[in-house]
Write a protein that binds this ligand. Structure first.
Ligand SMILES: NC(=O)c1ccc[n+]([C@@H]2O[C@H](COP(=O)([O-])OP(=O)(O)OC[C@H]3O[C@@H](n4cnc5c(N)ncnc54)[C@H](O)[C@@H]3O)[C@@H](O)[C@H]2O)c1
Length: 370
């Protein structure tokens, strides 16, 4: 049991690089102080000038390390290249935090470097993707892929601050917006029927305008509130039955095997739909509730490739996650929209059946127009 008191701030801060904004200067605003900043390559191309101008304006010496984007770069080699660059730029190890600006890959790698460099220096996370905004950046986990396994090396280390600026989402490609929306759908189904209603009402237009309007902002605030509510009492995952693992059982195998084809959120969404079909067969979801979930999902514009769904891979993934969860499946299944139960007895035949039913749903979808 971890007894350390953890405190960090998750703050909404629009237009972070406006010179009047001071959220990024925490905790040391003194001119001539230093910052080591790791920035995703695509984000650097889009916002690098504003980032440099911002720190220059505040008289802060900023060393910008540009990190090549993509899951394939979440490696030990890239971890080491950041660590080497950090080691050659001596920051004050208590009040000059490392700043990570980018998607979930970047914040995971940069936070892992900060967590391990000199036995941990503080770090600030600035998510620039919806996946980072809703999930990857707001918790305390970080890491890199290793030995063919996702996130096999990493740490639980709280950031000093997380700064949420949804103006970054304006430049995010639609596929990556939908990638993050999968984590919102997850929360809505497993714990928050009000969020589900909001998604039904405002989800599709919010995707189209990249969450820049007010219903979209309120939707994001509610999803983040829900995520933090789940994470806070269980930051170190002492409790292994976690609602936030809904959609994270079969997805592990899918995204590990199809890294080039599937984004994390896309794999999570396929898992959510399979899990809902298992729940329907168990009488945990009514056919009407199940239909609402499929109508919502398909109406948002996902392009899902069911050819990637191989029942053997799904069962292997269930086995791997059972090992990861200390020998029990602990698979979160929806119980009505907004409720959750944990299953420890999912049978191979149920997974195979759900796989067939999902293919059937996709065929029906392709015959309809949304
Ligand atoms: N630590 C956690 O708790 C946690 C939780 C969920 C996911 N994750 C991790 O997050 C990673 C996925 O994160 P992701 O989906 O953000 O992927 P990503 O970091 O690869 O970013 C996706 C793409 O968007 C680009 N991009 C980033 N911001 C942009 C912007 N504002 N405008 C235009 N392009 C932009 C990036 O360059 C990249 O090409 C996975 O490695 C996953 O394991 C971690």
């Amino acid at each position: 049991m971890h007894r350390r008191t953890i405190e960090y701030e998750v703050i909404n801060a629009y237009n972070l690089f406006d010179p009047c904004q001071t959220a990024l200067l925490f905790p040391n605003q003194a001119r001539h102080s230093r910052r080591f900043i790791v920035v995703d390559g695509n984000v650097d191309a889009l916002y690098g000038q504003s980032i440099r101008a911002y720190f220059h304006h505040h008289g802060i010496t900023a060393k910008i390390f540009t990190f090549p984007s993509g899951e394939e770069n979440k490696t030990l080699e890239h971890y080491l290249s950041i660590a080497r660059a950090l080691d050659s730029f001596p920051i004050h190890r208590r009040d000059e935090p490392v700043i990570a600006i980018g998607g979930g890959v970047l914040t995971d790698v940069a936070a892992f470097v900060a967590s391990t460099y000199r036995r941990s220096v503080p770090h600030i996370k600035v998510p620039t993707t919806l996946m980072g905004y809703i999930d990857a950046a707001i918790g305390i986990k970080n890491g890199i892929n290793f030995n063919g396994n996702k996130n096999r090396l990493g740490a639980f280390e709280p950031p000093q601050r997380v700064l949420l600026d949804r103006s970054f989402l304006k430049s995010l490609p639609r596929r990556h917006i939908l990638n993050g929306v999968a984590e919102i759908i997850k929360l809505a189904i497993i714990k928050d029927p009000g969020l589900f209603d909001m998604l039904e009402m405002h989800g599709a237009p919010s995707v189209l305008n990249s969450f820049q309007d007010e219903p979209g902002g309120a939707l994001l605030d509610r999803a983040i509130g829900g995520m933090l509510e789940e994470l806070e009492p269980n930051l170190y995952e002492d409790e292994l039955a976690r609602k936030v693992d809904f959609g994270h059982t079969f997805s592990y195998g899918l995204e590990t095997h199809h890294e080039a084809h599937l984004l994390h959120g896309e794999a999570v969404l396929l898992d959510i739909l399979l899990s809902c079909l298992i729940a329907r067969e168990r009488g945990l979801l009514s056919p009407e509730e199940n239909a609402r979930i499929f109508t919502l999902t398909f109406g948002l514009g996902y392009e899902l490739d069911t050819c990637l769904l191989d029942p053997h891979l799904l069962l292997e993934s269930l086995e791997e996650r059972t090992y990861h969860r200390n020998g029990l499946q602990r698979v979160p299944l929806p119980h009505g929209i907004g409720g959750c139960v944990f299953a420890n007895d999912i049978q191979p035949s149920e997974v195979e059946n759900a796989h067939q039913n999902l293919i059937h749903e996709m065929v029906k979808k392709n015959e309809r127009v949304y």
